[in-house]
Design a protein around this ligand. Structure first.
Ligand code: NDP
Length: 447
């Protein structure tokens, strides 16, 4: 006899067999949420999870633009509007050549639970394009963003769907997207988050995902009467999330040993201090260079080509690059080297086997949907400020971010603490997120 979980996953596979990342995200949720549904009559027999895995709407569209040499380029644009039970669809846009339906559906599905955890009224969505911003001029980026928005604008709005950034979509891209939306709609509204400060953005939004990931690590460490001070930290990625995770680690007295990009990682045994981090920020955000160029200024560091940093001995690991960047063998290596805490800045960076290895060893492990929720939470705060036509100070936003991360940690403890006292953060995050969305769906009937 098949278990409830197997039967459910078979059904989802039948409909979405070509979407491995989406199936992986669904499996991770099903493993913890289905046993909970079975034990709770109000959810049992209502096919709620089956309804949740089906997007309310999934759009693909043509994006044509002209490159600097006059050639016509064609990309594919997407928006997945996954679930709006508790608020307008909300979630980032990713521009990366690997973008496809599977990746965006996994991200949109995770977003539903993450947004519910923030306690703010935001549904879940995600979108993007297979467009590769690497090596493109600013003018090419602008023409692409304008073309992308010339279709997307029909489907979004401050009360319908509010996109933000993600991989390949930062302040520059949000500016171009916002400009075209405003022109087409002839209105200035908070339709995108991650905006510049002078035109509706929120203080702390750029920092929020990275800072929040570290605040969550702090809360986890506190359960073991530990903190970040003096700890060795290994970070992957060198984009928005990685940069600000590193900054917060330094502020809390930790030593950051690594950063990476898709070509490999740098290891600085002396630690990447504030000056070195400023160099990286300029290298990545202004010069748009590669992380290996770190060695041009700091030749004592090592660049390890084509590898991820999980082989470096550390106390804390913060995966902040992309999905499935930390495999079972990496997890075992981290454990062997004494790592006690993993807080995910990226979405689904650890494979299911890697997650199981962390849980079996009973170390502190937080899935991205809990630990990286600070980004979307602060986007929610940006939406609130836009509605109020008012700006909070840096300290006010940071305080709210801290409090939201701490509440998410509490929710994980409430729903994820096992009989022996081990906090299963995956279970806690999944069930807490599920309960909020499922209750709203039940109240609204079968729509
Ligand atoms: P950025 O585009 O700013 O940076 C991405 C970083 O990850 C770069 O260093 C990039 O290297 C690396 N990377 C991307 N793809 C791969 C890959 N296939 N293999 C190895 N390295 C890769 O993105 P963000 O920092 O915004 O996003 C990082 C992660 O955090 C993503 O998983 C995203 O979904 C998640 N996240 C982001 C939020 C945000 O607010 N920005 C909110 C919540 C989660 P390279 O330059 O070589 O591509």
């Amino acid at each position: 006899m098949k278990s409830n979980i197997e039967a459910f996953l078979d059904l989802v596979k039948e409909r979405n067999g070509q979407e491995p990342e989406f199936l992986q995200a669904v499996q991770e949720v099903a493993e913890t949420v289905i046993p909970y549904i079975v034990e709770h009559d109000i959810y049992y027999g209502r096919n709620i999870l089956l309804r949740m895995v089906e997007p309310e709407r999934a759009l693909t569209f043509r994006v044509c633009w002209v490159d600097d040499s006059g050639e016509i380029q064609v990309n594919r644009g997407y928006r997945i509007q996954m679930n709006s039970a508790i608020g307008p669809f909300k979630g980032g846009l990713r521009f990366h050549p690997t973008v496809n339906m599977s990746i965006l559906k996994f991200l949109a599905f995770e977003q539903v639970f993450k947004n519910a955890l923030t306690t703010l009224p935001m549904g879940g969505g995600k979108g993007g394009s297979d467009f590769d911003p690497k090596g493109k001029s600013d003018d090419e980026i602008m023409r692409f963003c304008h073309s992308f928005m010339s279709e997307l604008f029909r489907h979004i709005g401050p009360n319908t769907d509010v996109p933000a950034g993600d991989i390949g979509v930062g302040a520059r891209e949000i500016g171009f997207l916002f400009g075209m939306y405003k022109k087409l709609r002839n209105e200035f509204t908070g339709v995108l988050t991650g905006k510049g400060l002078s035109w509706g953005g929120s203080l702390i939004r750029p920092e929020a995902t990275g800072y929040g990931t570290v605040y969550f690590a702090e809360s986890m460490l506190k359960t073991k009467e530990e903190d970040l001070n003096g700890k060795d930290v290994v970070i992957s990625g060198s984009g928005n999330v990685a940069q600000y995770a590193a900054e917060k680690c330094l502020q809390l007295g930790a030593k950051v040993l690594t950063l990476s990009d898709s070509s490999g990682y740098i290891y600085d045994s002396e630690g990447i201090d504030a000056d070195k981090l400023a160099y990286v920020m300029n290298l990545k955000n202004v010069k748009r260079g590669r992380i290996s160029e770190y060695l041009e200024n700091y030749p004592h560091a090592k660049f390890v080509k084509g590898k991820t940093p999980w082989e470096v001995k550390c106390d804390i690991a913060l995966p902040c690059a992309t999905q499935n960047e930390l495999h079972e063998a990496d997890a075992k290596m981290l454990l062997k080297n004494g790592c006690i805490c993993v807080s995910e800045g990226a979405n689904m960076p650890s494979t299911i086997d890697a997650v199981h290895a962390f849980q079996k060893a009973k170390i502190l492990y937080a899935p991205g949907k809990a630990s990286n929720a600070g980004g979307v939470a602060t986007s929610g705060l940006e939406m609130t400020q836009n509605s109020l036509r008012f700006n909070w100070t840096r300290d006010e936003v940071d305080l709210k971010l801290k409090s939201i991360m701490s509440n998410i940690h509490d929710a994980c403890i409430e729903f994820g603490t096992e009989e022996d006292g081990y906090i299963n953060y995956v279970k806690g995050a999944n069930i807490a997120g599920f309960v909020k969305v499922a209750d709203a769906m039940l109240a609204q009937g079968i729509v």
